[in-house]
Design a binder for this molecule. Structure first.
Ligand SMILES: *[C@@H]1O[C@H](CO)[C@@H](O)[C@H](O)[C@H]1NC(C)=O
Ligand SMILES: *[C@@H]1O[C@H](CO)[C@@H](O)[C@H](O)[C@H]1NC(C)=O
Ligand SMILES: *[C@@H]1O[C@H](CO)[C@@H](O)[C@H](O)[C@H]1NC(C)=O
Ligand SMILES: [Zn+2]
Length: 434
């Protein structure tokens, strides 16, 4: 009897200590309003049984690498060190270029969740998520595949579900992050305003979500894992009519170019202030900043990898060095205050509420949410669980309207009680006077 109670107690403890596996999936470049413009039946069915965040406020620059690293660290790019898809480090004199073999050292300013979760005794996996095939602070996730755009979505999901299940001998993975290139690729090629092309691309994305759900059902994981579907950034339409030529503004030999569009990073060869003034006088649809004047709200200042001069193009404008060629019909990277740059977040699984929705969340808040779901102590980060908590089944969360109403009611009640007390006091006094 005692043994039974003890066993029951121990099982209770282990159940508590072993949260459901967590799978984070990113569909690159999924602009939030695609959800309103296109049918997305599988995705809508998924979050109707879970939660939806209409718009994620992502981080500046609204590019793929900085935002994917933010999701798994909860840090602004100035604090995680992946500040752009193309970077220069003035201390080591090294360049970083997306799509090339870069030294893993670039990622070491932060520790992604797939590394931190190893310390909780979990196995983790990265499926082509930026950075997940590199030793970061000397560690990779337990399983990963090197980036290969030729590996289909189904193959990526197939590997990930196998890793989560584990085999007879090995326990499965507790946290996995899976990356897919669309609808970013089509968004760049056709532009988000091309409804015909985007409808086709998003139908494929939705079919892939269907593949994901049926694979999870086939393997018995559906309903037993927490699933987050998110994206890194949105997309906006560009045009050859909205080109800004740097060489029309600056002497070509007066600067070194580190990154180009739509946020240009420049190392001036002459007085930086003079360069900034020239740029701001040159074109009304760019804003050039000295590093120390970059608006605080962008959280894009405190890192040596941010160059002395930064130029930000207005939405839909493309900065080129020279010529008339527009290489991307759609682009992103612009100010993260722009709605067109925002992605979405959907989630489902045992820890989430069902049929719940909120209008916005910061993308830095995804990290503390994931740590909470996995019971992993978070690394220092820029997010908070305050708002994301409301998405969880176990939390009683009141929306702001209701909170305000309750506060008003409280005040009214207090006033009534005070009035009643005063009245009684007055009456008693009058009585004693009489
Ligand atoms: C895992 O990915 C590889 C490609 O690297 C692929 O050949 C294989 O079929 C995938 N496995 C599953 C179960 O889908
Ligand atoms: C939109 O995309 C389709 C391909 O789906 C292409 O044929 C068409 O030319 C594009 N339209 C515009 C205006 O670019
Ligand atoms: C973001 O978090 C890091 C790590 O705690 C901290 O160093 C940094 O100051 C934070 N940034 C902001 C803007 O609070
Ligand atoms: Zn892109």
């Amino acid at each position: 009897m005692l043994l039974k109670i003890l066993l029951g107690f121990l099982c209770g403890v282990t159940a508590q200590q072993s949260p459901p596996p967590l799978l984070l999936v990113s569909f690159d470049g999924f602009r939030a309003d695609y959800l309103k413009r296109f049918p997305m039946v599988n995705l809508k069915l998924l979050y109707s049984q879970g939660v939806l965040v209409d718009e994620l406020t992502n981080v500046f620059v609204t590019k793929t690498f900085p935002n994917h690293y933010t999701m798994v660290t909860g840090l602004y790019p100035e604090s995680h060190g992946i500040l752009a898809n193309n970077m220069y480090d003035p201390v080591s004199h090294q360049y970083f270029h997306i799509g090339e073999k870069n030294d893993p050292w670039w990622w070491n300013e932060a520790e992604p969740l797939w590394v931190t979760a190893l310390d909780s005794g979990y196995k983790t996996a990265g499926m082509m998520w930026p950075g997940s095939d590199l030793p970061i602070r000397n560690r990779t996730p337990t399983h990963f595949l090197h980036y290969d755009p030729g590996v289909t979505f189904k193959q990526r999901v197939g590997n990930v579900t196998n890793w989560i299940i584990g085999d007879g001998k090995e326990v499965g993975v507790k946290f996995a992050a899976l990356y897919w290139e669309e609808p970013d690729k089509s968004g760049h090629f056709y532009g988000p305003d091309n409804t015909t092309a985007m409808a086709k691309a998003l139908k494929e994305v939705d079919d892939n979500i269907g593949v994901l759900v049926s694979e999870l059902k086939r393997t018995g994981l559906w309903g037993r894992i927490n699933l987050l579907i998110a994206s890194d950034h949105g997309m906006t339409q560009c045009s050859t009519e909205r080109l800004i030529r740097l060489d029309d503004c600056l002497q070509p030999d007066s600067y070194t170019l580190v990154d180009l569009a739509p946020v240009t990073a420049i190392i001036p060869h002459t007085d930086p202030k003079a360069i900034v003034d020239l740029l701001n006088k040159c074109h009304t649809h760019i804003t050039a900043y000295l590093k120390e004047d970059i608006p605080v709200r962008l959280h894009y200042r405190n890192n040596i990898r941010i160059q002395p001069v930064i130029v930000i193009a207005d939405e839909g404008w493309t900065i080129v060095q020279r010529g008339n060629k527009l290489r991307k019909v759609g682009n992103h990277g612009y100010d993260n205050a722009l709605s067109s740059m925002h992605p979405f977040l959907a989630a489902t699984g045992p820890s989430f509420r069902q049929g719940y929705h909120i209008s916005s969340l910061q993308s830095v808040d995804i990290y503390p949410l994931m740590c909470h779901l996995l019971s992993v102590p978070p690394q220092p980060n820029n997010g908070t669980l305050t708002k994301a908590r409301c998405l969880l089944a176990a939390e009683t969360c009141l929306d702001t309207g209701l909170v305000i109403l309750l506060m008003v009611l409280q005040v009214v009640l207090l006033v009534l009680i005070m009035a009643a007390l005063l009245y009684i006091l007055q009456r008693n006094r009058r009585r004693s006077v009489l």
